[in-house]
Ligand binder design. Structure first.
Ligand code: B16
Ligand code: MG
Length: 219
């Protein structure tokens, strides 16, 4: 039996949220307001453009499009300097074990991320070749919670959405997976990701037998 396994990137494969946070915080500080780690939770799974709008709302700051475009470039350039320092040690626990198991079982494996930097990040941590295909922020017109990113992933694998399983750390991403008619697996806290079909703190909690049951359609 062949299933499609769709992995989100930030917060599922690597913890890049801390780098997004630093870059947004520095921008907020340069505009004269604070940006906390708690507020950063609102940014998970959200596109870069929408994130800037939320940041400016939080700081009660209004700006024109030209100014915003400049800040988007500035934020991303800073974020990319953090990414350049990444290596395989930043892959979250047991992600390679799960990827290797699924590939060994000849399952479909794709990335479904809102990030436009997904490809360079996967290359930096040496996981690029583990994916049959990549769907990222460059390929979609509608952001999560819209299911587009995951539906394109299913299409690339030529597997029906109901036979796809999504690993997600964000509320918007879990909603997107559910809207796509896929099985949603939340990676993080149950209180936050309660809309997911299953929730695990991280991949160390995901057993081989659970993966086998997913593949067999028993879950
Ligand atoms: P970029 P994911 C998302 O990635 C992040 O969670 C979110 O915080 C970020 O704003 C978004 O990517 C866009 O990222 O600025 O690199 O295009 O979790 O969907 O993999
Ligand atoms: Mg994420």
């Amino acid at each position: 039996m062949k299933k499609g396994f769709i992995f989100d990137l930030d917060g599922v494969i690597v913890d890049t949220a801390k780098y997004h946070y630093l870059a947004w915080k520095n921008l907020a500080n340069s505009l004269g307001f604070e940006f906390t780690e708690e507020q950063n939770e609102l940014f998970k799974g959200v596109s870069r453009v929408r994130s800037l709008d939320i940041l400016l709302e939080l700081g009660n700051y209004t700006a024109g499009q030209e100014q915003k475009d400049g800040w988007l470039i500035q934020k991303n350039e800073e974020y990319l300097t953090y990414i350049e320092g990444m290596d395989a040690s930043e892959i979250l626990s047991d992600v390679p074990r799960v990827l290797d198991f699924l590939l060994e079982k000849q399952q479909g494996v794709v990335l479904g991320s809102a990030s436009k930097n997904a490809r360079p990040i996967l290359k930096r941590v040496d996981l690029f070749d583990k994916f049959h295909d990549i769907v990222d922020g460059n390929d979609v017109t509608a952001a999560k919670p819209d299911p587009e990113v995951f539906l394109i992933g299913a299409e690339k694998l030529q597997i029906d959405p109901e036979n796809c399983i999504v690993f997600e750390d964000s509320i918007a991403g879990v909603k997107a997976a559910n809207a796509a008619g896929m099985i949603s697996i939340g990676i993080g806290k149950k209180e936050v990701l309660h809309e997911a079909n299953y929730v695990f703190l991280d991949f160390t909690e995901i057993s081989t037998s659970f993966l086998e049951q997913l593949i067999a359609g028993e879950k």
